[in-house]
Design a protein around this ligand. Structure first.
Ligand code: DQA
Length: 144
């Protein structure tokens, strides 16, 4: 069981609810996070959640996860999924198992979204299930 779980949200996910609701849904990020916090509480699991628009801050959170003994990471790196060797390297460095989550199905979208710098080093990837993808990832992480 994982006791210490970190959820990272990448750039522009702070605009959920406003941002392209036909693709990303109507829920705000705070609604999604609140729901996940309730599940974590039910299982007495410590869930830390951060959103950032900056690649370097996300890298720092991954480094901090090593020192604070995070057992499992759930990450929606958003646009950095398709560009960031730095986030990939950070995840490889700390060797903490992680699940990559995307709200939309990245394979149904523009070709530049079809590649991920993270998926081949992830434990698994959930794409296209909307907010349910986070819940599935969290339940998996708790059991892991
Ligand atoms: C996303 C998909 C990415 O391609 C996009 O850049 C995002 C969100 C998703 O959750 O569907 O910002 O990661």
């Amino acid at each position: 069981m994982s006791n210490n779980i970190l959820l990272l949200h990448g750039p522009n996910l702070n605009l959920l609810g406003i941002r392209e609701p036909d693709i990303y849904g109507n829920k705000k990020l705070s609604d999604i996070n609140d729901h996940l916090k309730i599940i974590a509480k039910e299982y007495s699991v410590n869930l830390s959640i951060y959103q950032d628009n900056s690649e370097s801050v996300i890298v720092e959170h991954i480094h901090d996860a090593y020192y604070s003994k995070v057992d499992f990471i759930i990450i929606n790196a958003a646009a950095f999924t398709h560009t960031s060797v730095a986030i990939r390297d950070a995840l490889s460095s700390v060797k903490i198992p992680f699940i990559e989550v995307h709200l939309s199905n990245i394979y149904k979208r523009e070709p530049f979204r079809h590649s991920s710098y993270l998926s081949d080093i992830a434990l698994g990837m959930i794409t296209g299930l909307g907010e349910n993808g986070y819940e599935a990832a969290l339940r998996y992480a708790i059991k892991y």
